[in-house]
Design a protein around this ligand. Structure first.
Ligand SMILES: Cc1cc2nc3c(=O)[nH]c(=O)nc-3n(C[C@H](O)[C@H](O)[C@H](O)COP(=O)(O)OP(=O)(O)OC[C@H]3O[C@@H](n4cnc5c(N)ncnc54)[C@H](O)[C@@H]3O)c2cc1C
Length: 481
């Protein structure tokens, strides 16, 4: 028997039916939102945190690669078992306990983000991180990617809510980083090192998360601008005026036109061919009123037209347009690459101007929308992978974009992580010294290199791979970032 077979039979002895080798299980776990596939040797679905330790102990003994998986909604190939070996599927560890007195939640890694939000909301509490994938993505995946979303502009990202993490090192040893306390200054902060480490430094089996009081109300505004630049001046100017929106979402003119064509509707009546901002204020009635006054005054001077949603239904109609941006673009070509670059607030205008030139120079379909309150814009490239010439143009445009982002003082990913998809550009971001420090950490925490191998460090070119044709494992694949 080979090493792999020895390891698997030992694991089957220990964990019995938690170890799955049926074709369907292997196929489903072989890819994520990037749709690059690699069939693993087994999928292991533990039913307790302790079993995760047993799995890693065996994997470490036999040097078997282990790719931890939540919902598999990563858009970067982070959950793809590219190194083979085992997929550690933690979706079954989905417990959620709300501690009202301490305003925190203890979650299993497989807890779905929206389920946590609903449980917290039932007792007047709020868990703000809200990736568009929240209906199916998990707390473990969000911690591992330091996920963001729409409301980060006011409330911050996943990292800002993580008080403590418990889980296992690659050797199967149990560790707990941080405590269920609001402050922690005791030793190295390995909790924050695990956050955003994409399953390459350890496996999270429990997350203690901070909750805050549920805002009393919300109000949504729509504004159209004569240019992308005037729309993108909003985040910094509003901040200076003391207006703190909970959401500021930007859609460039190209994206608005694309949604318009896709839906066949006048999506923002009378506002086609304009760059648009969707803004939400939340809080108490009096604070919303006070902020609303300042916001409307600013919009009056700077936008072409603006309006306030008068009812929940009207709000929903506006947000639905934002949600249609990604499906509309997906209809344009075989492949859609969704980049999640981030730049300083005052460099967004240069970034969007650069994308407009790139669109003109390359004749590619490129749309920009996203979280401009954080400088985190989704630049979407649509092209046909079966057309080698067009793929070449898209890849070269992508590299130009990444170089520009770095020149502007930004980063190649603001919320999705590196995974496989960003590895061709990660070398642009880091110096040799920075890579050296990161490799040293990886080598210390995962000396055999079994945790999610192939991610972050090795260059992988997704456009050279044939994409899997299975349906996506999660049910709600139409929205995007
Ligand atoms: C339609 C759509 C919309 C999206 N919108 C957003 C958005 O608005 N903002 C955003 O940030 N992202 C967004 N994403 C990307 C994705 O949902 C996030 O990256 C999310 O955090 C992944 O969670 P998951 O449970 O699916 O994790 P997976 O995809 O299963 O895994 C992601 C990474 O986390 C690691 N991992 C998972 N669980 C653990 C664990 N317990 N311990 C250690 N490592 C672990 C995996 O190894 C992998 O590297 C979107 C994706 C889709 C498909």
């Amino acid at each position: 028997m080979s090493q792999q077979e020895d390891a698997l039979s030992l694991l089957e002895k220990k964990l019995g039916p938690c170890v799955r080798r049926e074709e369907e299980d292997l196929s489903t776990a072989s890819f994520d939102g990037l749709k690059v596939g690699k069939i693993p040797d087994a999928v292991v679905r533990p039913v307790s945190g302790a079993q995760v330790g047993e799995i890693l102990e065996v994997a470490s003994e036999f040097s078997i690669p282990v790719t931890t998986r939540g919902a598999g909604s990563s858009l970067t190939g982070g959950a793809t078992p590219i190194g083979g070996g085992w997929v550690l599927d933690l979706s079954g560890l989905d417990s959620i306990e709300i501690d009202e007195g301490n305003m925190l939640a203890n979650c299993g890694p497989g807890a779905v983000v929206e389920d946590l939000q609903k449980k917290a909301s039932a007792v007047g509490l709020f868990y703000p991180p809200d990736p568009s994938s929240k209906k199916f993505c998990t707390i473990g995946g969000n911690v591992a990617c330091n996920a963001g979303g729409l409301r980060c502009v006011k409330y911050g990202v996943t990292r800002d809510y993580v008080l403590a993490l418990a889980g296992f090192l690659s050797t199967g040893e149990f560790v707990r980083w941080g405590r269920a306390t609001r402050k922690f200054a005791t030793g190295y902060n390995l909790r924050d090192l695990w956050v955003g480490s994409e399953g390459t430094l350890g496996v999270v089996t429990e997350a203690t998360l901070r909750l805050i009081p549920q805002p009393e109300g919300r109000r949504t505004f729509l504004a159209a601008f004569s240019s992308e630049a005037s729309a993108l001046s909003a985040p910094a100017e509003l901040m200076r005026m003391g207006v703190r929106p909970s959401i500021i979402e930007f859609l460039d003119q190209w994206t608005v036109d694309c949604v318009q064509q896709y839906t066949g509707k006048d999506v923002f009546p009378g506002l086609a061919s304009h760059a648009v901002l969707l803004i939400e204020l939340d809080g108490t009635e009096s604070s919303i009123n006070a902020q609303s006054e300042k916001l409307l005054a600013w919009l009056g001077q700077n936008s072409v037209r603006s309006c306030v949603a008068e009812s929940g239904e009207e709000e929903e109609t506006l947000w639905e347009v934002r949600r249609q941006a990604s499906p509309a673009m997906k209809k344009l070509a075989e492949t859609k690459l969704n980049e999640d670059v981030v730049v300083p607030l005052d460099r967004q205008i240069e970034l969007v101007d650069f994308v407009s030139l790139l669109r003109e120079d390359t004749s590619l379909k490129i749309g920009v929308f996203g979280h401009c309150g954080d400088g985190n814009l989704h630049v979407n490239f649509m092209y046909d992978e079966s057309d080698a010439e067009e793929t070449g143009r898209a890849v070269s445009a992508l590299e130009k974009l990444m170089r520009k982002v770095i020149d502007l003082g930004g980063a190649i990913s603001g919320e999705h992580g590196i995974g496989l998809a960003k590895t061709p550009f990660a070398h642009l971001q880091f110096s040799e010294a920075e890579w050296g420090a990161m490799r040293a950490i990886k080598g210390t925490l995962d000396p055999k290199g079994i945790l999610n191998p192939g991610k972050i460090f090795d260059v992988f070119k997704p456009w050279e791979q044939k994409k899997v044709s299975f349906p996506l494992p999660w049910e709600y694949a139409d929205e995007d970032a």
